[in-house]
Design a protein around this ligand. Structure first.
Ligand code: GRF
Length: 186
């Protein structure tokens, strides 16, 4: 049995997609953690019958959140639209067991402030011909851990940031659960 904590700060469509992918896998259990009490991900969790919790930035940094994860016997952490930096106490307790998805082809369009629509706006503003997703291990810097997987999608000259977001979300929904399935077995 593996217990996976999904960290999400907002809508949580990736979290929901991941949970649905593993519905029939009795070897995996999920819980959801968010730093926002009013994040839509809690609503999704309720409908999916998955426990969800809110924790503060302070408790993440003090080690209180880590204690909670340990008490919940969490083996693996997946960041899916999670906006806070992961502090050293968590990285140390979960070496190579925390992964993130970024909605662009890192190392481009990563780092502080590069999240959600900001990423796709920058990609369109720079007239990029392609974008994509990067799944990577998490380290102490935003979006800088070792890459696990990348896949690209075309960006057309007529694409709006929303169009790019849609293409990227499709890639996320298709590949993120598969990569998680592979990685947790390692
Ligand atoms: C995704 O595009 C993810 O790559 C990024 O934030 C977005 C979260 O979307 N880090 P959702 O909350 O899963 O709908």
């Amino acid at each position: 049995m593996k217990r996976i904590a999904l960290f999400a700060s907002g809508s949580g469509s990736n979290a929901e997609n991941i949970i649905r992918y593993f519905t029939n896998n009795k070897e995996i259990e999920f819980l959801i953690l968010s730093n926002k009490a009013d994040a839509f991900v809690h609503e999704r969790a309720r409908k999916l019958n998955i426990p969800s919790f809110t924790f503060s930035k302070a408790s993440l940094e003090s080690g209180e959140a880590l204690q909670f994860l340990k008490s919940q016997q969490v083996d693996f952490i997946v960041l899916a639209g999670f906006l806070l930096k992961i502090p050293g106490n968590l990285l140390k307790a979960y070496p190579n067991k925390i992964i993130n998805i970024h909605p662009a082809l890192l190392p481009d369009y990563g780092g502080k402030g590069m999240y959600g629509s900001h990423v796709h706006e920058a990609v369109v503003a720079n007239k990029e011909k392609e974008s994509g997703i990067t799944i990577h291990y998490v380290n102490e810097n935003y979006d800088e851990g070792k890459h696990i997987f990348q896949v690209k999608c075309p960006v057309l000259p007529t694409d709006t940031p929303n169009d790019v977001a849609e293409k990227v979300h499709e890639l996320e929904y298709k590949y993120f659960p598969q990569i998680i399935e592979k990685i947790i077995q390692e």
